[in-house]
Design a protein around this ligand. Structure first.
Ligand code: UDP
Ligand code: LCN
Length: 791
């Protein structure tokens, strides 16, 4: 739309350029702004602004001229505009993470740069004028506490936290040897079950450490490379060294050399390498309270999807990597990973009512289930993730006791998942003083338009007031954040990221968050998940194919009649299949895919549609969104007479059979489509690509091209597999996450005082806001409401 010449110069702000831009086409702009304010107070998105500009400027050439100028560029970067006549306030985002706010008067086109507070106030004027004008409305401002922390400056560096932290540590320890004392103190603090690791108090200064390293390196040079640590352990102990440096002379020498280099002249590469080798992490706690967390019969149930698969695979990969590292460190410690979830007495035939369950495919990892307690005892039934807040504080206390008992001590790392897990992780990590990582899986705020400003309307159903505050607390409390993609953090040129949308938002009547999170904080890291490659392998590996499932899959896809597992049928078996599989919730948009397919004659002629998700009888579901999606699916099948071209299969719980199902779809030369409304990424995408099934998240003329060129399908299949092996494996993931755990454990130590100050602020927000909001969430019927307190 806007020409390259119209792009702002880096030094210019939108506020500086806008008056000039408006002058360039003043006549048209006056018309356009008059149109914008015509309907009174409202929020306008970009599409809206463009639409109404079309109406205000009739002549196409005039319009093109306006859009090709600077104004076009500015408008294209506008995320939203708030109309409070005669003013229009714009939130402009020229690049990921960069925001500017300006206010334009429709009367005289005067332009004024405004603060985020003023922008949010304009927004509040639409929904709660009294609160917007309250001089003492509560403002949450994390930037006020973080002002002295180092930040990235480039959009392109967002998500490379470990690399950047390694640079910041380097500069802190640089200049003179004494500056490395925090590193020496940190090494002195390392231990396993009370036994010192790396060094003991004989070596308590950087100078002593430097000298001892020189002596040790010379000594090691005379030994065979593969000499085990036990051969020189005694000698090392005399010099003040403890175990943890390596299992062989060679490995110990490498670690010593890396540390010597760091002490001599710190550099980020050696710094990163050093931390990746330190014996910091042995025991890990992973929180995932909601949903049915189990190893069988749970997938596809409401709120139970990728998070469960992700964590189980993550645990296997982390344990494997920990075992390898511990061996290479010359230690024989037993790493333990505990996944802590909710114990559900009404377990619907799953194992979710068992307290302890060993995790398949691991040696030392377990699921530990802790029930939700209310004033009237244990909550028996499943609750939606949106209604989970009243139980979390007690859950974290009960879980902490159980975990300390199970591990016989504190964990070294606590990882939270989703809002509830992240909040519980925050409470526990703060209490025990342990390094914390968080994973969002999905931040709900961005999934529902204007969900912050409209919180009062949405709260009875979703309790977003609890959720957004809990998310903001956890993001700020955590030492590092693991994201799957760049998009999750900072979006794209066009669209803000999920975390970025927490930079500033407002919950009128509750609080105005003027600085919620900064995506330039070096705590953000990208580590994409993988898929279990023993289950999801390419369709082409014929000898490994699970042919015993073929009759059942054939029945599942092609039998003619409806039953509990499938409805609809495929009349023409020769057509390729478009396939999708997801929990049946609104944002997954399986109904959207069905509707697009239904409306596209050409596609209906070329391919069949198979979707897996939910089940067919809405009265059996307790989940609001699932119920509405089930009804919608039935209506679409009826309305567009899809029978003969669609197969709707109920939620599938057998991962092995699902793997074979993806491959059978690949045999039809079909494709996987991920149609989610918000995030077109997820484990199904990775699973499908691992199976060699071409995978799409956007609209393409793929099948037409496949008809013309038989190699076109194979090209996509092969390229998908290549991409998976380069970036999306659990091995790569586990390595990255343990490196994060190691380096941020030191980083939090370096910034201890600042962290404590922030923790105090978080505690206020938690106690004064979150707790009372959580108390308003109703407790479901299997537990009677708490008796009224006597006055
Ligand atoms: N899944 C399944 N059966 C179903 C629906 C989903 O086994 O009926 C699995 C799917 O194979 C994937 C996970 O559940 O492993 C869904 O993960 P994804 O990240 O795609 O979505 P989420 O549910 O986490 O939002
Ligand atoms: C993300 C996922 O991966 C799902 O499994 C969850 O149900 C959802 O978000 C909320 O946890």
């Amino acid at each position: 739309m806007a020409s390259a010449a119209a792009v702002l110069k880096r030094s210019e702000s939108v506020t500086d350029s806008l008056p000039e831009a408006l002058k360039q086409s003043r006549y048209h702009m006056k018309k356009c702004f008059a149109k914008y304010i015509e309907k009174g107070k409202r929020i306008m998105k970009l599409a809206h602004l463009m639409d109404e500009m079309d109406k205000a400027i009739d002549d196409k050439n005039d319009r093109t001229q306006v859009l090709e100028g600077l104004l076009g560029y500015i408008l294209c970067s506008t995320q939203e505009a708030i109309v409070v006549p005669p003013y229009i306030a714009f939130a402009i985002r020229p690049n990921p993470g960069f925001w500017e706010y300006v206010k334009v008067s429709a009367d005289d086109l005067s332009v004024e740069g405004i603060t985020i507070t003023d922008f949010l106030k304009c927004k509040e004027m639409i929904y709660d004028e009294k609160w917007a004008n309250d001089q003492n409305a509560l403002e949450v401002d994390f930037a006020a506490l973080d002002y002295s922390m180092p930040r990235l400056t480039l959009s392109s560096s967002i998500g490379n936290g470990v690399t950047l932290v390694s640079k910041f540590i380097t500069s802190t320890l640089s200049q003179k040897l004494e500056n490395s004392q925090p590193l020496v103190d940190y090494l002195l603090s390392l231990n396993h079950l009370g036994d010192n690791l790396m060094i003991n108090s004989t070596i308590d200064t950087a100078l002593k450490l430097q000298m001892a390293l020189i002596v040790a390196e010379v000594y090691l040079s005379a030994l065979p490379k593969d000499a085990p640590y036990s051969d020189f352990e005694l000698r090392f102990k005399q010099w003040g060294f403890e175990r943890g440096w390596g299992d062989t002379a060679q490995r110990v020498k490498e670690t010593i050399r890396t540390l010597s280099e760091v002490l001599q002249a710190p550099d980020p590469i050696n710094m990163e390498k050093l931390f990746s080798r330190l014996p910091t992490i042995f025991n890990v706690v992973i929180f995932s309270p909601h949903g049915y967390f189990g190893q069988a019969d749970v997938l596809g149930l409401p709120d139970t999807g990728g998070q469960v698969v992700y964590i189980l695979d993550q645990v296997k990969a982390l344990e494997e990597e920990l075992l390898l590292r511990i061996k290479q460190q010359g230690l024989n410690a037993k790493p333990q990973i505990v996944v802590v979830t909710r114990l559900i007495p009404d377990a619907r035939g799953t194992k979710c009512d068992q307290e302890i369950e060993a995790i398949n495919g691991t040696r030392h990892s377990n699921i530990l289930r802790v029930p939700f307690q209310t004033e009237n005892g244990v909550l028996r039934r499943w609750v939606s993730r949106f209604d989970i807040y009243p139980y979390l504080e007690k859950f974290s206390q009960d879980a902490t006791i159980k975990i300390l008992d199970h591990l016989e001590g504190k964990p070294d790392l606590i990882i939270g998942n989703y809002t509830d897990g992240n909040l519980v992780a925050t409470l526990m990590a703060n209490k025990l003083g342990v390094t914390q990582g968080t994973i969002a899986h999905a931040l709900e705020k961005t999934k529902y338009e204007d969900s912050d400003i409209k919180w009062k309307e949405l709260d009875p159903k979703y309790h977003f007031s609890c959720q957004f505050i809990a998310d903001t607390i956890a993001m700020n409390a955590t030492d590092f954040v693991i994201a799957s993609t760049y998009q999750e953090i900072a979006g794209s040129k066009e669209r803000p990221g999920q975390y970025e949308s927490h930079t500033a938002f407002t919950l009128p009547g509750l609080c105005r968050v003027v600085s919620g999170i900064n995506v330039f904080d070096p705590k953000f890291n990208i580590a994409a998940p993988g898929a279990d490659q023993s289950i999801y392998f390419p369709y082409i590996e014929r000898q490994k194919r699970l042919t015993s499932f073929h009759p059942a899959i054939e029945e599942l896809l092609y039998s003619k009649d409806d039953n509990n597992e499938h409805i609809g049928y495929l009349a023409d078996k020769k057509k390729p299949i478009i396939f999708s599989m997801a929990r049946l919730d609104v944002v997954k948009n399986i109904t959207g895919l069905t509707e697009w397919y239904a409306k596209n004659k050409r596609l209906r002629n070329l391919v069949n549609l198979v979707v897996v998700g939910g089940f067919f009888d809405p009265s059996k579901s307790k989940d609001r969104e699932e119920i509405s999606e089930i009804k919608k699916m039935h209506a679409l099948i009826e309305q567009y007479q899809l029978k003969g071209q669609i197969r709707w299969i109920a939620a599938q719980t057998d991962r092995k059979r699902n793997g074979e199902l993806y491959r059978c779809i690949a045999d039809t030369k079909g494709a996987f489509v991920q149609p989610a409304l918000y995030e077109a990424f997820g484990l199904t995408v990775i699973e499908a690509m691992n199976c060699g099934l071409p995978t799409f998240a956007t609209n393409q003329d793929f099948f037409d091209k496949c008809k013309l060129d038989a190699t076109y399908w194979t090209k996509f299949s092969t390229a998908g597999l290549q991409r998976i092996n380069e970036c999306y494996t659990w091995k790569i993931y586990a390595n990255k996450v343990l490196n994060m755990g190691n380096i941020y454990s030191f980083w939090r130590q370096l910034n201890k005082e600042k962290k404590q100050a922030k923790q105090r602020y978080i505690q206020l927000l938690y106690n004064l806001q979150f707790k009372s909001l959580a108390q308003n969430v109703p407790i479901p019927s299997d537990v009677a409401p708490p008796a009224p307190k006597p006055d």
